[in-house]
Write a protein that binds this ligand. Structure first.
Ligand code: SAH
Ligand code: SF4
Length: 381
């Protein structure tokens, strides 16, 4: 049973949002400057506002060096963020926190902040739900909702900056490993990466941003042409088509050999080592045969293998492997000449695999007539 502490932030139910003010980051730099000039304000006010957002400001009122009348106008015209926190859970004695946000229109997404010594990583969502439907993934269990807009992706990071700021920490890394398939929401994801790395906004180096994909080959190729140099992670999970067709259904369209070729094309173009993710499912893809197939597939490539012990999801036929099986698999893959790390199970008790807090709140919400009261502990479903 999960030991996560989960709190709802506000009564939660799907509702139609009557809020019409746009979020400030739904405007481009130029659009905001045009708006400012229509209020007889100089263009540099835009940089000031962005600077405050980048430091985690939660309101226009706290933007001290912006004149008060302009702050009031900004407040009347825009929202600082479009995201509303609806639930939080924490694990690892507060080192991992997960937040569920409601989007305009009623869908919800989650993001996870993981704190380490010297760095903090945000796991971010790019879609409400996911159209790929991997059978081991909590996100894939719910019907696909919608693509996030670029500003909704960045707003997750701004909220993380705000929370980390109160703890004297900085957001240093962002991984697109939350809900959704980033390459199926390509333009918004690329736009959000540009803004996350924009020195006028968050200034996070693309090298510290990981885009994880189930393998949409044309988009991987396109990403390689963007001159972004983000780190690419491929969710491989199986090295033979017959098994990958089941675990990652997009494989039926983009088979594994073509996928690895596209990923290596990305590595060649960007000189960035590709990371291959492998969720270890007991008895399914943790056998000696799998390790050998993986070794054969990636031998000699600019690649790194990341093993992720399965984080159990209800109503799936999969089990997490024993610790010994993880070690054995790692050694077998290393013996093929590959570099391998085992991802720590950070936040396991915070429903940390993508989609799990969303799932828990949804199920609890259903059980309670879709209402969670403020700071109530959501019963484990
Ligand atoms: N859709 C993208 C990014 C989000 S998923 C992708 O699939 O790459 C991010 C990572 O979490 C993927 O490698 C995915 O396979 C993994 N994942 C999903 N469900 C998991 C679970 N229950 N336990 C462990 N890892 C999981
Ligand atoms: Fe989508 Fe990734 Fe989950 Fe597969 S693992 S359903 S691609 S979010």
């Amino acid at each position: 049973m999960s030991t996560a502490k989960t709190f709802s932030k506000a009564p939660y139910r799907r509702r139609v949002i009557s809020e019409v003010r746009p979020a400030i980051l739904s405007t481009s730099a130029t659009e905001l400057e045009v708006w400012l000039s229509s209020r007889a304000a100089p263009a540099y006010r835009r940089k000031q506002v962005w600077g405050w957002l980048a430091r985690g400001a939660a309101s226009f009122a706290e933007m001290g060096d912006v004149p008060k009348p302009l702050r009031s106008e900004l407040e009347r015209e825009f929202r600082v963020t479009s995201l509303r926190q609806v639930a939080m859970s924490e694990a690892d004695r507060g080192l991992t926190t997960k937040t569920l946000y409601e989007l305009d229109g009623g869908h919800s997404v989650e993001s996870v902040v993981m704190r380490y010594s010297g760095r903090s990583t945000l796991c971010i969502s790019s879609q409400a739900g996911c159209p790929i439907g991997c059978p081991f993934c909590a996100t894939g269990k719910f019907p696909f909702g919608r693509n996030l807009k670029a500003h909704e992706i960045i707003e997750q990071a701004l909220d993380a900056v705000r929370v980390l700021g109160t703890e004297g920490r900085r957001l240093s890394h962002v991984v697109f490993m939350g809900m959704g398939e980033p390459m199926a929401n390509y333009h918004a994801v690329v736009e959000s990466v540009r803004r996350l790395s924009d020195p006028e906004l968050l200034g996070i180096s693309p090298r510290r941003i990981v885009v994880s994909t189930s393998g949409l080959i044309p988009r991987i190729t396109q990403l390689g042409e963007e001159k972004l140099a983000v780190t690419l992670a491929i969710s491989l999970h199986a090295a033979r088509d017959e098994l990958r067709d089941v675990l990652v259904p997009i494989n039926r369209k983009y088979p594994v050999a073509d996928l690895v070729a596209a990923a290596q094309g990305y590595a060649d173009r960007t000189s960035r080592r590709v990371s291959y993710e492998w969720v270890l499912l007991a008895g399914v893809n943790d056998t000696e045969r799998d390790a050998k197939e993986l070794g054969r597939l990636l031998r000699g490539k600019l690649a790194h293998v990341n093993l992720i012990p399965f984080n159990p999801v209800d109503d799936t036929p999969y089990r997490a492997p024993e610790r010994g099986a993880v070690r054995r698999f790692k050694e077998l893959v290393e013996a093929q000449g590959l570099t391998v790390t085992v991802r720590d199970t950070r936040g396991r008790d915070a429903d940390a695999a993508c989609g799990q807090l969303h799932e828990r709140v949804m199920l609890a919400g259903r059980a309670q007539g879709a209402l969670l009261t403020d700071r109530s502990v959501v019963p484990a479903s």
